[in-house]
Design a protein around this ligand. Sequence first.
Ligand code: UDP
Length: 243
Amino acid sequence: MTTPRWSRVLVKLSGEAFAGGQEFGFEAGTIQFLASEIGKVHNSGVEVAIVVGGGNILRGAQAAAAGMERVAADAIGMLGTVQNSLALQDALEKIGVDTRVQSAVTMSTFAEPFIRRRAIRHLEKKRVVILAAGTGNPYFSTDTAAVLRALEIKAEVVLKATNVEGVFSKDPRKFPDAVKFDEIDFDYCIEHKLGVMDMTAFALCAENDLPIVVFSIAGEENIRRVVFGEPLGTVVSRRAIDN
Ligand code: UDP
């Protein structure tokens, strides 16, 4: 396919994607790789917004389980997403991609506040927009932030770049006979309890008929390949042909 499948996409990058081989923190080479992958999509003329996770720094639920107050832990988690966002912005600008970071939590020294209309304007002016600090609320995830922002800015799809190849019939790490779906519908995922995103995020997608593509970030040009319609990962949508 020589034309992109969508003209405006929201890419969700998990915090893990920033850590490279490390367990925590971020790794410069990995962030440069992510920036170059995003840059290729941007250079093809597709409007790109990005929501970044923060799991490489702290996950609120885990820190709460270890004894920290949940709201405080989530605040630290959201700040982690800001760190990742600023690191990604730096890497994107180094390769000449005009980028703005907008934060759900006001921190005007580092980022613009999230203003929906302004975010759309940036996209129209062909700037990559990185949306930081999740939804700005505790007890939510950056997956939910990704879906929420995608709906707000009228992105046509959520591209969930992760460390698995797609959605499988069962956990591929435990069951070697697990089958990867190419396309699947929302109802099938709910019926068979297939974890695509957390329930809040998933329900928001299903209710609003917003498709999700789950695919591995690891391969060269994977984001660009998905955008140009190569059958990579799993497309989750209202109507699918696989199941
Ligand atoms: N977080 C939050 N509200 C949000 C988004 C994120 O409180 O709207 C916090 C939460 O503690 C979460 C952490 O930020 O665990 C990092 O986000 P997430 O776990 O979604 O990152 P990912 O798993 O994608 O790396």
